[in-house]
Design a protein. Structure first.
Length: 262
């Protein structure tokens, strides 16, 4: 049997006392039965409602029965891989948080996963406590427990609880993006947080260090390339012409700026 992609120190702490916090419904999808069992035991001891699937087909069946709040997906699985499952999950159930499990050498898979709409990733081997912290941080973002909304209203940048991004409207209360026709546009929790960060600093260039600092405060795993990918995805959703952005503009040698109307 191959070694588990979890550090020994992390495994030994499986008896930790659960943290009192609102708990998500978690779906773990991985073809390694020992790892699935370990994750189910660990998360279960922390009060999470955990279900397991050995492959994408089994995961789809479980999702049809009960929709999880967060899915932890292994990238490399026999048959349909985790990236394909993540794409399907994002298209069919955009409100579900997605955390990808990758190996250290799979940088391209992490980038593709972020492009497909994954909210976070964690490389193997990993610490169980770190994975739990990332899951809880993502759950808090999905539940809208961030203090961003009251700060936004107090600063007067919002029209009620909505902010205009070009022809689109970002609803801070519902954590949703709406198009010019009023239809909802699918965005991930991390994409919402990035739009909201821009909205807090209108017409002010933000460099990558500032964006990454805010990202780490919210539990994102970020690097320069992931920021660029998220901005690229957002431009496809809020810009009339993503190749010639007028809303989220690039500031050469600095970063990005959200340009408000007028």
């Amino acid at each position: 049997m191959s070694a588990l992609p979890v550090s020994r120190a992390s495994y030994d702490r499986v008896q930790e006392v659960p943290v009192a916090e609102a708990n998500p419904k978690l779906l773990v999808v991985d073809d390694e039965p020992e790892l699935r069992s370990l994750l189910a035991e660990y998360f279960g001891r922390h009060g999470l409602d955990v279900r397991q699937a050995s492959d994408a087909a089994a995961a789809r069946q479980l999702i049809q029965q009960t929709l999880p709040d967060i899915a932890v997906l292994d990238v490399n699985m026999p048959g349909e891989n985790g990236l394909s499952l993540a794409r399907w999950l994002r298209e069919t159930h955009p409100g579900v948080g997605i955390v990808m499990l990758t190996t250290v050498s799979e940088a391209i898979d992490r980038i593709v996963g972020l492009e497909l709409g994954a909210d976070d990733y964690i490389p193997k081997p990993f610490e169980l406590r770190e994975l739990l912290a990332r899951v809880r941080a993502l759950h808090r973002r999905l539940q809208g427990q961030s203090a961003l909304q009251p700060r936004q209203a107090a600063n007067g940048h919002a029209n009620g609880q909505r902010i205009a991004f070009g022809a689109c409207q970002l609803d801070l209360e519902q954590r949703k993006l709406f198009g010019a026709d009023g239809a909802e546009i699918d965005i991930t929790a991390a994409e919402f947080d990035l739009l909201a960060l821009f909205a807090r600093h209108p017409n002010r260039p933000l460099n990558r260090d500032q964006i990454m600092e805010q990202a780490h405060n919210r539990g994102w795993e970020v690097f320069d390339r992931s920021i660029d990918l998220r901005v690229m995805r957002l431009r496809r959703k809020v810009e009339k012409n993503p190749d010639k952005p007028e809303v989220i503009k690039t500031v050469r040698n600095v970063g990005y700026v959200f340009v408000t109307a007028g």
